[in-house]
Design a protein around this ligand. Structure first.
Ligand SMILES: Nc1nc2c(c(=O)[nH]1)N[C@H]1C(S)=C(S)[C@@H](COP(=O)(O)OP(=O)(O)OC[C@H]3O[C@@H](n4cnc5c(=O)[nH]c(N)nc54)[C@H](O)[C@@H]3O)O[C@H]1N2
Ligand SMILES: Nc1nc2c(c(=O)[nH]1)N[C@H]1C(S)=C(S)[C@@H](COP(=O)(O)OP(=O)(O)OC[C@H]3O[C@@H](n4cnc5c(=O)[nH]c(N)nc54)[C@H](O)[C@@H]3O)O[C@H]1N2
Ligand SMILES: [Mo]
Length: 557
């Protein structure tokens, strides 16, 4: 998009913003540091709109909470665009100077009136109008989004709709505004920047571009494939089908984190060779033929890049334990053992220098330069004198003209029906981290949150005869698990929510592995489930069972 999957603006700009539109992001639990900046902005008078199916903490603080049905963001956002255009709140001068394709969007969103949107999203039409007016008429208005937007089969459409709003209001290249995806795992931004994707070499240089490929072939002295690789979603499906024969998993616990995971397990049983490069044994290493013991962040040197494209130096604090080695050293040894003459880099700084020499976006960044800059350097940073780029697109879109995208609503792949009447959405909590390989080893988070639970609305619980704290069975077309029911007003009627963290009660046995057609991201945020009470096993019911059996037991032989 505008920032190759990074924030267009910077985290320190948030405190000066006048309006935050937070959509599909549980910022206080998943990005607490960024949430602190948001709280700061709020205290300084910034207004807050939250679009989330759940009444998360941010929603309670918001001026406006748009509590939409999961998976209906295209309707919500198109209706906001409808209001902005029809009330003439768009920035025609910005549109004319910097964009293409506005007319098509203008025409398309006519079908998405706020009144119709209310029927589909469940958000009152008046709130949609208010949100649209607030966003469009505030100059320093930033959009902040994460997985509530992307983890859908129409995730890319959701992102297009957000981009359309940014472009039609000219909120691009403006301090404290922009379009800001908050990245997930530590250094996932850096991993992407460095080419850990099936489509790009470092710096988002396309694998399919002949010039780019020739450059890397010359530098690495090896022929390279002209084709995109498989994305994660497709890889998992090939694994399940048995067409993917071997896999090298580095720092992922796919047996917990991939959707429809029983299929992944079947595939892993068939897979001929599995390497795991890990800092701990996790659920996936149980399937491994070889485990390479790696070292954690505090045991190695290097750089991390965060959501606002900021590259910062990380320094080793302690040596890796036992036979564990830094990930980069393992990769070099592996490459050499596989017959590729990879150089013996002396340190990660040398590896970065090589990348910088082949990657214009980070050409001006080096470990040496970062030694003196505690605040790091934000790419694009094109030469050794370049100060880095806190805000993207200040002088107009970097890519020339930014493209509007006319989008049609497509419902989620699996909607509730008579057999599976509830919508399940999944995510994370403050206390655990993703597969919880790390956080469940520490007593602190585990005391706070010992086991899996679902959030369920009082009315749904009553209909099912479920009490607060009762263990229930949650069933989808793909699997069944047990978890505690927490009755709470946080979730809408008809919707339940659960975290993904618990190996013994895996949300991903239930989730749908239908993926977004562009990114392959799985539909973790919407699938259809039903809930069953578990046959009573409480002391009371045992007692009543004994009562019933008594006549039989007491009968003389
Ligand atoms: N404590 C903690 N922090 C973490 C992580 C962790 O596991 N634990 N994981 C990290 C990672 S890898 C990531 S990617 C980030 C993710 O960070 P977030 O994306 O903030 O986390 P989620 O809980 O997955 O989902 C965010 C919100 O989306 C909402 N949502 C669900 N469906 C929809 C929908 O259809 N539309 C809209 N608008 N919203 C919806 C949910 O109610 C939820 O509040 O967090 C990172 N930070
Ligand atoms: N149902 C549901 N499922 C989801 C999601 C959801 O919202 N709902 N979110 C998805 C998202 S956004 C994500 S990012 C994934 C996350 O899923 P995973 O990536 O599978 O989960 P993590 O716990 O982040 O995995 C990190 C693994 O890396 C290891 N590790 C940590 N540091 C290092 C290191 O320095 N080197 C090496 N080699 N290993 C290390 C840890 O021990 C751990 O086993 O889950 C996805 N799955
Ligand atoms: Mo993530």
């Amino acid at each position: 998009m505008f920032g190759a999957g990074a924030m267009t603006n910077s985290i320190p700009e948030i405190r000066d913003t006048d309006l935050m539109f937070v959509i599909g992001s549980n910022t206080t639990e998943a990005h607490p540091i960024i949430a602190m900046e948001m709280k700061r902005a709020r205290q300084a008078g910034a207004r807050l709109i939250v679009a989330d199916p759940r009444k998360i903490w941010m929603a309670e603080q918001a001026d406006l909470h748009l509590q939409l049905r999961p998976g209906t963001d295209v309707w919500l956002l198109s209706a906001m665009a409808h209001v902005i255009i029809n009330e003439n709140l768009h920035d025609q001068a910005f549109i004319d100077a910097n964009t293409e394709g506005f007319e098509a969007v203008k025409e398309r969103v006519q079908q998405y009136s706020p009144d119709e949107a209310e029927k589909i999203t469940g958000v009152p039409a008046e709130d949609i109008r208010t949100a649209a007016r607030m966003y469009a008429t505030t100059r320093k208005a930033g959009i902040y989004y994460t997985l509530g937007i992307t983890e859908h089969t129409h995730g890319t459409d959701n992102v297009y709709c957000l981009a359309n709003l940014v472009l039609m209001t000219g909120h691009l290249g403006v301090r404290s505004a922009g379009m800001n995806p908050l990245r997930g795992q530590n250094n996932v931004q850096g991993a992407n920047d460095a080419g850990a994707t099936p489509m790009y070499y470092p710096g988002y240089q396309p694998v399919t571009d002949d010039e780019v490929r020739k450059k890397f072939e010359a530098a690495w002295n090896v022929p390279l494939s002209p084709d995109d690789g498989l994305n994660l979603n497709v890889m998992m499906k090939c694994l399940a089908k048995g067409t993917l024969k071997g896999m090298y998993v580095m720092g992922e616990d796919i047996v917990i984190s991939e959707p429809n995971v029983s299929q992944v397990e079947l595939g892993l049983n068939e897979c001929e060779f599995l390497i795991c490069q890990e800092i701990f044994h996790n659920e996936t290493t149980r399937f491994a033929d070889v485990v390479f013991p790696a070292s954690c962040f505090a045991e190695k040197d290097g750089v991390f890049a965060n959501s606002d494209r900021r590259v910062q130096r990380v320094r080793k604090a302690v040596d890796p334990p036992g036979n564990a080695k830094e990930d980069w050293k393992i990769l070099i040894e592996f490459a050499q053992a596989s017959g590729y003459d990879m150089p013996d880099y002396a340190n990660p700084g040398e590896i970065f220098d090589e990348m910088a020499s082949l990657t214009p976006k980070v050409a001006g960044i080096s470990h040496q330069r970062l030694e003196e800059r505690i605040e790091g350097l934000q790419w694009p940073c094109t030469d050794s004198e370049h100060p880095g780029t806190p805000t993207l697109h200040v002088d107009g879109p970097l890519i020339g003209k930014a493209q509007f995208q006319a989008v049609d609503y497509r419902p989620s792949a699996e909607l509730p029906d008579d057999d599976f009447p509830l919508v399940l959405s999944t995510g994370r909590t403050l206390y655990h981290y993703n597969s919880a390989t790390q956080t469940r080893r520490d007593p602190g988070p585990s005391i706070k949150q010992r086991q899996n639970f679902i959030e369920i609305n009082r009315k749904n619980a009553k209909m099912l005869g479920i009490e607060h704290g009762e263990t229930v069975r949650i069933i989808s077309r793909r699997g069944a698990i047990e978890a505690e029911a927490w009755i709470t007003p946080r979730v809408r009627f008809g919707c339940i929510w659960m975290p993904m963290h618990f190996a013994e009660s895996r949300a991903n046995l239930l989730t749908n592995d239908a993926g977004d057609s562009v990114t392959g991201t799985g539909e973790y945020k919407v699938c259809a489930v039903k809930i069953e009470k578990i046959k009573p096993t409480s002391p009371v019911s045992i007692a009543s069972a004994v009562d019933q059996l008594a006549p039989v037991l007491n009968k003389p032989m």
